[in-house]
Design a protein around this ligand. Structure first.
Ligand SMILES: [Zn+2]
Ligand SMILES: [Zn+2]
Length: 314
C-alpha cells in the first residue's frame, strides 16, 4: 500500500507546471489524436539523433564522472530538462542533485532531476521514475572506473549510454506535451557515476530520494538501446539491502523492493572507443523509444501499480 504520505505536490506546484509548460514550449509536441493514450505522443527521430550525436561528441570527452566532459553532459541534460518543461524538485532548489562520488577515488558528481506532477487527486502521490545514466568512461584513464584497456582515447559511448539519455529526453518532451493528462507524477533521473559503481543511483536511493521511495511504484531504466534491446525485469531481493555492486541502475531500485526494469541491449563495441554514433541503429533505437514511452505512459495512467507494470508489455 502507498498509505498516508504523499509527496508535496500542491496547487502551487501545478501553477508552476502550467507556467513552465507555457514558457518552455516543447519543440515537437506532436499529438496525432486526442484519445488513444501514449501511442499518440510522438518522439522526434531527428531530435533523438541530434541528442545522441551531441552527447557522444568529442566536446563531451566521453562524459567520465567528475571530468570537464562529464560536467558538460550534466549541463546539457539540465538545459534539456528545462526546455522540455520539467519542474526542478523544490527540495533540490534546482535540477542538480550534487553528491560526492566515492568509488576507488573521490570526485564531485551530480544527478540531474526533473519531474512532471501528476494531476489525479489520489494517484499524483505515486511516482514513476524514468532513469538513464549520462556518464561514460571518458578517456578511460585514472582511478574510480574501469581503466587502462584502450589508453587515453576518448570513449564516446554513443550506445552506452547517449542512446538511453536521449531516449529519456524524448520521453520528457513527449509526456510534457500531455502533462495535463498524467495521473501519476513522473520523475526523470539522469544518473551520474553509473560506470563506476552506480554511485548516482545509490545516492538517490540511499541518501536523497526526491520523493519517498514507498510512493515510487515503477522505475524504467534505459541503458544501451543503440543496437537491439529487450526489457529486463529486475528481481526483487528476498532481503532488502545495499548489495555490494551493481550491473545497472535499475538493480539499485529493485534491491529496495521497488518494481524496476531496464531496457537494455547488445553493444558490439562495449566500453570501446568504437562505441560511436556511426554504429548506432537509429531506426531500431526509435522503436525502443516508442516502447519506453508506452511503458511509462501505462505506468503513469494505470488504475493500480500492479496494472502499471503489466500493461503495455508484449
Ligand atoms: Zn551503461
Ligand atoms: Zn558502460
Amino acid at each position: 500500500m502507498h498509505g498516508g504520505y504523499h509527496p508535496k505536490i500542491t496547487a502551487s506546484f501545478l501553477v508552476v507546471a502550467v507556467v513552465a509548460l507555457l514558457v518552455g514550449q516543447p519543440s515537437a509536441a506532436q499529438t496525432t489524436s486526442a484519445d488513444d493514450g501514449g501511442s499518440s505522443i510522438s518522439p522526434d527521430p531527428e531530435r533523438y539523433r541530434e541528442t545522441v550525436s551531441l552527447l557522444a561528441s568529442d566536446a563531451m570527452e566521453g562524459r567520465r564522472v567528475g571530468t570537464p566532459g562529464g560536467w558538460k553532459a550534466i549541463g546539457f541534460m539540465e538545459t534539456k530538462f528545462r526546455q522540455a518543461g520539467l519542474l526542478p524538485p523544490e527540495k533540490l532548489g534546482g535540477y542538480l542533485q550534487p553528491y560526492e562520488h566515492d568509488w576507488h577515488g573521490k570526485t564531485d558528481a551530480a544527478n540531474v532531476v526533473g519531474f512532471l506532477p501528476g494531476t489525479d487527486p489520489v494517484l499524483r502521490g505515486e511516482v514513476v521514475i524514468v532513469s538513464a545514466h549520462h556518464d561514460h568512461l571518458g578517456r578511460n584513464t585514472g582511478s574510480g572506473c574501469p581503466d587502462g584497456r584502450h589508453g587515453d582515447r576518448i570513449h564516446p559511448g554513443a550506445n552506452d549510454n547517449a542512446s538511453g539519455s536521449a531516449a529519456m529526453l524524448e520521453l520528457a518532451f513527449a509526456l510534457s506535451s500531455r502533462a495535463n493528462e498524467l495521473k501519476r507524477t513522473v520523475l526523470f533521473l539522469s544518473v551520474d557515476g553509473e560506470e563506476c559503481g552506480c554511485t548516482g543511483a545509490k545516492h538517490y536511493v540511499y541518501e536523497d530520494p526526491v520523493f519517498a521511495l514507498e510512493d515510487t511504484v515503477y522505475v524504467l531504466n534505459i541503458d544501451q538501446i543503440g543496437e537491439d534491446a529487450w526489457l529486463e525485469k529486475h528481481r526483487k531481493p528476498r532481503r532488502v539491502d545495499h548489495g555490494a555492486d551493481c550491473e545497472v541502475d535499475g538493480e539499485v531500485f529493485a534491491r529496495r523492493g521497488i518494481k524496476a526494469a531496464t531496457l537494455v541491449g547488445h553493444n558490439s563495441h562495449y566500453h570501446s572507443p568504437e562505441d560511436t554514433v556511426g554504429h548506432m541503429d537509429f531506426p531500431e533505437a526509435m522503436k525502443v523509444v516508442d516502447r519506453a514511452l508506452e511503458l511509462v505512459w501505462n505506468a503513469a495512467q494505470a488504475p493500480s501499480d500492479q496494472a502499471a507494470v503489466t500493461r503495455g508489455e508484449p
